[in-house]
Design a protein around this ligand. Structure first.
Ligand code: 4AD
Ligand code: MG
Length: 453
């Protein structure tokens, strides 16, 4: 895809060239008794929109009226050209030759209106306001830490309650010595976020590609060497991206991090390797990961490989339908492939509701990136963009649809294929330092039984 900002900047130089553009219609109209549609398409790369001309027939059966409502998502291929002499347009425009994908909008239900201009108009539409060109000028954003929805649907969430002081700053102890909590503040139950993903999806479906980096919280009762109750996650989210694109992005991101570490932190890495000398050393691991292609296997293949391993090797037996434990993940990377491994297409039962259901109806378009010594470093997926299936997946997972209404709006209004992942920052530090336990790579670890110091 070519970004709208690049087209508008280099306009004249690009005239005559082919381009694929993906984005959302900010204004559209039909003209010449349905012979043409004129669209203004924005992809969030700049405040301005690209003028697009679609001739009836270019849409491969897509009626022009389906392209014009505000908020419609489009993936279009065509030729860039200077506006014809006498036209009011000033900049290069896209003449569409092929409509690749359309995510429709029911104009009557779409809550954004052209007439809305003031910030207060969007305050109750915070999940859609990134689709206006008012608020944002770059693609990183800060996620909220307080939410009402459980992104992973696993119920491993911390609840937020207020501790109202009753004047004088005293803590409101009750007679039995416990503290009186009130839940009135948000007027509903609120939690600490387990992931910024759902919010990132709202932004990706307006700005094309975004990332968030922030603290996340999990009330998982796992006393392992790689789980924390409070950790940081880097979460990119990319519109118009498939699971393949997601895997490519994750692989090149990890390789980039390893290369940067080797280039800029060599002295620190040598210091750590000397102090905690182990084989392979952290530097050897970073070199390996930065320079080899990652292996890619399906969950099914992974299970078959692991089932073939001599009995008694694993504490937990493996069979189809069971999530990989860290011993399995490490075995694949350290004993079988000797490099990072991306495992994809997991059974839907062991993955969250938002992952896209595959055609086999049994697996979802998930991927985990596993690295030596750590196991899972990244978890990601292609997202379910089909409204009916997503709703069913939410209820089938035993969740209530209500806290996810705003999330469903993404599928309802100009839905697009999109994918993303989360990289545990502390797990990356664990990998980079070659240390054994994640509690040693964060200044103040939070885990079961430890909330102080
Ligand atoms: O696989 P997870 O649970 O995926 C998500 O949260 C998705 N919503 C991410 C996304 O698609 N945007 O977590 C992602 C990564 C894991 O691969 C792991 O590196 C790290 O976050 N992680 C933890 N790190 C430390 N302690 C924990 N309890 C962790 N849980 C997950
Ligand atoms: Mg995971």
């Amino acid at each position: 895809r070519t970004r709208v900002s690049a087209i508008l900047e280099d306009g004249d130089a690009l005239a005559g060239q082919r381009a694929v553009v993906g984005g959302w219609v900010v204004a559209g109209r039909e003209q010449g008794r349905g012979a043409f549609a004129f669209l203004a398409v924005s992809d969030g790369s700049c405040p301005a929109a690209l003028q697009v001309v679609v001739e009836a027939g270019a849409g491969a059966g897509v009626p022009l009226a389906r392209l014009t409502p505000m908020g419609t998502s489009v993936l279009l291929e065509g030729r860039l050209q200077r506006p014809p002499a006498g036209s009011s347009a000033e900049r290069v425009e896209l003449r569409v030759e092929r409509v690749i994908e359309v995510g429709e909008v029911d104009a009557a239900a779409y809550p954004l209106r052209k007439s809305m201009r003031k910030p207060e108009n969007f305050r109750d539409l915070v999940h859609l306001r990134a689709r206006t060109n008012t608020f944002f000028d770059n693609n990183g954003f800060l996620q909220p830490m307080i939410t009402t929805s459980d992104c992973e649907g696993a119920g491993e969430i911390f609840q937020v309650t207020t501790l109202f002081s009753q004047g004088g700053g005293t803590i409101p102890y009750k007679d039995d010595g416990t503290i009186a909590f009130e839940d009135d503040f948000f007027k509903r139950q609120a939690f600490l976020t387990v992931s910024g993903q759902l919010q990132a999806e709202n932004y990706a479906c307006a700005l094309s590609s975004v990332y968030t980096f922030g603290p996340t919280f999990r009330a998982e009762n796992s006393r392992t060497s790689r789980h924390l109750a409070e950790f940081w996650m880097v979460e990119p989210e990319i519109a118009f991206a498939s699971l393949q694109d997601d895997m490519n992005c994750a692989e090149s991101y990890i390789q980039y991090l390893c290369k940067e570490l080797l280039e800029y932190c060599e002295k620190d890495l040598e210091f750590i390797d000397n102090k905690f000398a182990e084989s392979p050393t952290a530097i050897q691991c970073l070199k390996l990961v930065s320079s080899t292609l990652f292996e890619r296997i399906s969950y099914k293949q992974a299970v078959n490989i692991l089932k073939g391993v001599e009995e008694g090797t694993f504490d937990k037996a493996i069979e189809w339908g069971i999530d990989l434990a860290s011993e399995h993940e490490r075995y694949l990377t350290e004993k079988i492939f000797m490099r990072p491994v991306i495992v994809y297409n997991y059974p839907k039962e062991i993955k969250p509701f938002y992952m896209r259901l595959n055609d086999d109806q049994k697996t979802v378009a998930a991927m985990d990136v596993l690295v030596p010594k750590v196991g899972e470093l990244i978890g990601g997926s292609q997202r379910e963009e089909r409204l009916d299936i997503l709703k069913k997946r939410i209820t089938d997972s035993g969740l209530s649809v209500e806290p996810y209404e705003w999330y469903l709006d993404l599928c309802w209004f100009g839905s697009v294929r999109h994918s993303g992942f989360g990289m545990g920052f502390d797990r990356m530090v664990l990998f980079a330092t070659g240390l054994e336990n994640i509690r040693d790579v964060i200044p103040f670890p939070r885990c079961p039984g430890r909330a102080d110091l």
